[in-house]
Write a protein that binds this ligand. Sequence first.
Ligand SMILES: Nc1nc2c(c(=O)[nH]1)N[C@H]1C(S)=C(S)[C@@H](COP(=O)(O)OP(=O)(O)OC[C@H]3O[C@@H](n4cnc5c(=O)[nH]c(N)nc54)[C@H](O)[C@@H]3O)O[C@H]1N2
Ligand SMILES: Nc1nc2c(c(=O)[nH]1)N[C@H]1C(S)=C(S)[C@@H](COP(=O)(O)OP(=O)(O)OC[C@H]3O[C@@H](n4cnc5c(=O)[nH]c(N)nc54)[C@H](O)[C@@H]3O)O[C@H]1N2
Ligand code: SF4
Ligand SMILES: [Mo]
Length: 844
Amino acid sequence: MVDRIAEIWGTRTPYPRDGLWPVRVDQALAEGVTEADIDRWVQSACVLCSNGCACDIAVKDGAMVGIRGRAGDLVNHGRLGPKGLFASWQGMSHPDRLTRPLIRENGELVECDWDTAMNRITERSRELLRTRGPLSHGFYTSGQLFIEEYYALAIIGKAGIGTPHMDGNTRLCTATAAAAMKESFGADGQPGSYTDIDSCDAIFLYGHNMAETQTVLWSRVLDRIEGPDRPKVVCVDPRDTEVARHADVHLAVRPGTNMALMNALIHEVLANGWWDEEYVQAHTTGLDQLKATVAAWTPEKAAGICDVGADDIREAARIFGTSARVLSTVLQGFYQSAQATASSCQVNNLHLLRGLLGRPGCGILQMNGQPTAQNNRECGADGDLPGFRNWENPNHVQELADLWDVDPLTIPHWAPPTHAMQIFRYAEQGSIEFLWISATNPAVSMPDLSRIRRILEKPELFVVVQDLYLTETAQVADVVLPAAGWGEKTGTFTNVNRTVHLSDKAVDPPGEAHTDLDIFLDYSKRMGFTNLSGAPLLSWSGPEDGFRAWQECSRGRPCDYTGISYDRLRGGSGIQWPCNEENPDGRERLYEDGVFATDPDYCESYGHDLLTGATVGSEAFRATVPAGRAILKTADYSPPHEEPDSDYPMRYTTGRTAYHFHTRTKTGRSRPLRQAAPSAWVELSPNDAQRLGIQEGDLVRVTSRRGKIEVPVRISDIRDNTVFAPFHYGYWDAGGSPGAHPTAANELTLTEWDPVSKQPVFKNAAVKVEKIGDASGPAPAPTTTASRPVAAARNRMRPTVGGSDAHATEQVDAAPPPHFPEAIKPGASGAAFSGARQGQEGRP
Ligand SMILES: Nc1nc2c(c(=O)[nH]1)N[C@H]1C(S)=C(S)[C@@H](COP(=O)(O)OP(=O)(O)OC[C@H]3O[C@@H](n4cnc5c(=O)[nH]c(N)nc54)[C@H](O)[C@@H]3O)O[C@H]1N2
Ligand SMILES: Nc1nc2c(c(=O)[nH]1)N[C@H]1C(S)=C(S)[C@@H](COP(=O)(O)OP(=O)(O)OC[C@H]3O[C@@H](n4cnc5c(=O)[nH]c(N)nc54)[C@H](O)[C@@H]3O)O[C@H]1N2
Ligand code: SF4
Ligand SMILES: [Mo]
């Protein structure tokens, strides 16, 4: 038995470079349940982060009673992290689940049957379409549904209604990942693969606390770190995270200054001749402009802006410039900070300059966060066109019109799709009067919450919420639809590694809950949406029909699913897209040949100016970008818009802890996870605490121009003059409203977004901190993570609560099981690597 709350990453299984990451099967079963009691194991993958760990769900007497990792899957080799082990099934089995639809009557939500709820929706929808047209409708979805569900929603929105106002919380999450890859490579799609961890000599983590947010991927890194040929680690993060603690260089930048640092790193790589001229000449465009932009960015200049040591910047650049194989990962410390897309593109540029792409150990992971964010981007329920098609390319629009048998003019493409923040703005101004929210909780997760609450509560706005629970958002809806969730429905989804998994239905949903797919199909049918031949627009009988339809849509596009089927996904490992005739077993890496997706007839976007967000347009793109070349996009540094001043002297940033997922609807309902991080806190540095007369655990008020939170202080190893708040703590378990002591980090954040990706800026704002009460004990923050107390306090405190109401086990296996994918068997990976190395000869 292992305590997987205290031991987040489990036991080490070290391995050498180019070796096989050993198999270790992690399992958790409900208290009192043994393996002999299990009726069946049902194949799935975890939906509590973008890592996409393959698993089997334990079913007993029609209920989920546990989980185990799938040994033979290329993603996790059997491992699961704390959220997967405990929250996945416990979070779904809670008595709080919604079991019947609710409608608002005289101000109160009351239970009703499905006909009543759906009629209320379709009546309003029809009335608005008749009187106000399609632009009255907005859809705000998720990064947590399945491919089939997003694709249905995309067709309804684009071909049934014809509204450009569709987006998802993917805008808050990985819009920048998509944008950075479109700008640099011409289309979304990760160039790298998780196996790059096995082969790299250095790994750079840019604003990515992988240790807490992709715990299984971090186990893989830790196992390399503890094995022979340890890779160098460079961490860019203002906090002393677990990643920083293992780093050779920790660049604890001032929040909001990533771009200055990136320009200096590129400056150094160019100045020291650490770049591959041959590769750059053959496969990229834009070098001259990049050189000109970074010319002034010496390490000293960046050091002053970022408040890090110039020598540390030099050392980081040296590691990047001189390691044979480098893997980079980028996440919210870049995507949600100032100049998000520009900074993330500079990571791509570093790799392009050295030709470190498409070879083992040389990946870029512009990470995703949510389990199925990738699919929302692929299917276009986020407003983009399905199959990474380009809304500015009339041929792409025509392809979709042919596929759906609709008039191309129905499909909105006269302007860019409306991004989430603009959808809420239209709702605020009154032009959107119908907002359908599925699988997301904006009343906690969007910035500037008092404004978001005001919008959602507007009487003229008709709000539909489709969720598992009565969330803060559902509480203000006009209609609440009870959804079936993970383990209660069948469908597919794709992780950040481009690996597609099937999740089979294991148990029945509670009460009258329906799957999201059934709800969307039902709406389409009731609305009578038809194609040009007069047939129903959506006539799928279930998810597998939806998958087949999606395969056709993906044919010939970068995310080609035509070689994948439910049958192929059952029993074995997940499969990486593209999977088609050319790549029958899927493809491990993209751009091995240095040919990028920038052919103007093929690309997903013609790109933007990184500083202003202005679109480049077809003509300029065709004139300036040779087809197939990657683009070295660049911009100068510009400071964050809200900087500290005398009223609000400190920088505020927000993020996550290992034990909770977002607004805690699942993790808050899993006892071990809830106990590990029971309530909100903020982190301050020892110097700041001393200056403000604050002790560990004291209650403080943190105020910005938009609002306040009142929470206890953890004195941690965060950089000075910086305040960090976890954003998990809304109000569903605290009476439903902010009350006397608000805790949601987004009370303080601002209404601002990146000009290119339109991703909101959650990671920097100006705040002031004042003490309002004495400590009654240490802050309720975990002691095993970035929030651990500073050294002096550590041994005086209780450790993060271990123990659980489920028992976890780990089983290490020396030999891979029989169905282990060929690609990741030791021989295969070694062979692939030596082949690639030969191809590399002649490079500097
Ligand atoms: N346990 C857990 N895991 C999760 C999730 C979860 O809620 N809980 N959510 C999933 C999702 S959807 C996502 S998107 C990912 C997010 O995963 P991450 O991006 O790793 O998580 P965050 O904590 O949001 O931010 C990462 C780091 O950015 C740092 N940071 C803040 N400001 C800046 C800055 O200006 N520059 C730099 N360089 N760094 C900065 C923070 O200190 C923080 O440690 O996690 C996924 N996995
Ligand atoms: N300050 C700050 N704010 C942030 C961030 C940050 O770092 N700092 N990060 C941002 C990021 S990256 C993200 S991804 C967002 C996340 O923000 P949200 O999307 O609001 O967070 P969740 O709590 O995951 O909400 C998902 C909802 O979907 C429901 N759900 C789960 N599965 C299903 C299903 O199968 N069907 C249906 N219908 N419902 C389902 C859950 O019960 C839950 O209510 O927050 C963003 N907000
Ligand atoms: S790393 Fe992510 S996908 Fe894997 S078990 Fe943990 S939460 Fe689930
Ligand atoms: Mo996210």
